[in-house]
Design a protein around this ligand. Structure first.
Ligand code: 4AD
Ligand code: MG
Length: 430
């Protein structure tokens, strides 16, 4: 019976065949222990000299790392392994012998591993991170589908900029200039006026010269947009969504979290509601914490965000930033127009901003005024104004950065390990 590693619990006591690679190996005299992986999981294969032919035993003993095979044997329970089962091997058919696999079980430098990312993805740590990423994606679709959202796909090639013009990738679009999308938001606003509640999930691009553990040049963003939803209501959706994702990972990725050594007690506490702190109060808090020269009107950097997050167990919303340091489309607070109805969600444990969101300007005249102030002109932006002309309604939305969320939940230091093939300031390979 041909099966996969994650399916073997159903075959306890039976002989099965698995297509696998050799991850690691140990042998002594009459026995060899093969650490096998097949993509779905990891299992130990025990090859006893007395159970197999001499050829098979020699093959097992001399097998090189990452060689591929079909391996057959009886599935037995093994209380000592985290997976709970092992295989008592009866036969091995080698598919290909791998010679000099470059990533050995010893320590390697990060640059070396990044150069071999196409192979590094096979390691148990990278495997665990990608499985958690996959679970976050799955839970995202479940959450928004269950709540009646429609998935809408905004374009990647665009003629307009959503998040400021300095971080755009320019490209030629026949005889026009185009950009790679920084955010699908503007298009999602159009979609919300057509479908009510929508979300997108796609790649976004920022030509940012930032070389930090939180920045990627290409990253994936989940962008919900809701008609007839104000800022406060949007915050409730955000905390519900993030809580749901965390609880889903805790439920479905226990093995992966174990592999990564993640302290899950910190995640178990992440349940809605989340605390909120205004930008004004955040400034005061920072001054208290020793950032004496920060002034009202300045944006927060990573050290500021980390210091603010330290005061809370759960993620914290920093709300109502000064209009001058936020995007052109954010709605001013009617009671205090120098600040906008927005929030950044800051993850605990120093993982930084995972969500940026706001209520959007719905008034045509005010939006036209913002266009002037931000030098947004030309046909590329005309359609966005028309959304305020024909049945404009209050609406809000947000963007959650997938890789920063994976880094936080998986407890990984740098976002480069949270996406299969990271695009970084100095890296387009592999
Ligand atoms: O705060 P940002 O720039 O917001 C927007 O793009 C809005 N248009 C979203 C919306 O309202 N629909 O980006 C949102 C999130 C950030 O909080 C962060 O998690 C992630 O995207 N992000 C990045 N992740 C990795 N590398 C980068 N360079 C990132 N820039 C933003
Ligand atoms: Mg932001």
């Amino acid at each position: 019976m041909k099966t996969t590693i994650t399916q073997v619990p159903a075959y306890e006591g039976q002989v099965v065949t698995i297509g696998a690679w050799l991850a690691n190996k140990r042998s002594s005299g009459k026995i060899a222990f093969l650490q096998l992986r097949d993509g779905t999981g990891f299992i130990q294969g025990v090859v006893a000299k007395s159970d197999v032919t001499e050829d098979v035993f020699q093959l097992a003993k001399n097998m090189t790392q990452e060689s591929s095979m079909y391996i057959s044997g009886t599935i037995v329970e093994d209380k000592r392994s985290p997976f709970g089962y092992e295989m008592q091997v009866s036969d091995i058919q080698l598919i290909q012998e791998a010679v000099d696999y470059p990533i050995t079980p010893k320590e390697h430098g990060t640059e070396f591993l990044m150069d071999h990312r196409h192979l590094w993805l096979r390691s148990s740590r990278q495997h665990a991170i990608m499985k958690i990423r996959n679970e976050i994606i799955r839970a995202t679709y479940q959450f928004f589908n269950d709540q009646g959202y429609v998935k809408v796909d905004p374009p990647i090639l665009t003629g307009s900029s959503a998040e400021g013009t300095t971080e755009l990738f320019h490209t030629q679009y026949f005889d026009e200039e185009a950009y790679l999308s920084q955010s699908g938001q503007l298009y999602m606003e159009a979609a919300a006026m057509a479908f009510g509640k929508v979300f997108s999930f796609g790649p976004t691009f920022r030509a940012e010269k930032s070389k930090t553990r939180r920045h990627l040049i290409e990253f994936w963003m989940i962008e919900p947009e809701m008609a007839f939803v104000d800022h406060e209501e949007s915050l409730e959706i955000q905390e519900q969504y993030v809580s749901f994702v965390i609880q889903s990972v805790l439920e479905n990725c226990q093995l992966e979290l174990d592999t990564l050594g993640r302290d899950t007690s910190k995640l178990e506490a992440i349940k809605a509601p989340f605390p909120r702190i205004s930008y004004d109060d955040a400034i005061a808090l920072l001054k208290d914490k020793g950032f004496t020269d920060i002034e009202w009107g300045e944006d927060f950097g990573a050290p500021h965000e980390t210091a603010i997050a330290e005061s809370f167990e759960k993620p914290v919303f920093i709300t109502n930033y000064p209009a001058a340091i936020k995007a052109f489309y954010m709605k001013p607070d009617p009671a205090r127009p120098e600040v906008v109805l927005c929030a950044d969600l800051i993850a605990p444990e120093g993982y930084g901003e995972v969500i940026g969101g706001s209520q959007r300007i719905d008034d045509l005249t005010l939006m036209e005024q913002r266009y002037e102030e931000h030098n947004l002109s030309g046909p590329a932006y005309k359609w966005y104004l028309e959304l305020r002309q024909y049945g404009s309604v209050p609406h809000s939305g947000f963007g959650l950065g997938l890789e920063r969320t994976v880094a936080w939940i998986a407890g990984v230091d740098h976002v480069r390990e949270t996406i299969p093939f990271p695009r970084l300031l100095n890296r387009l390979y592999p």
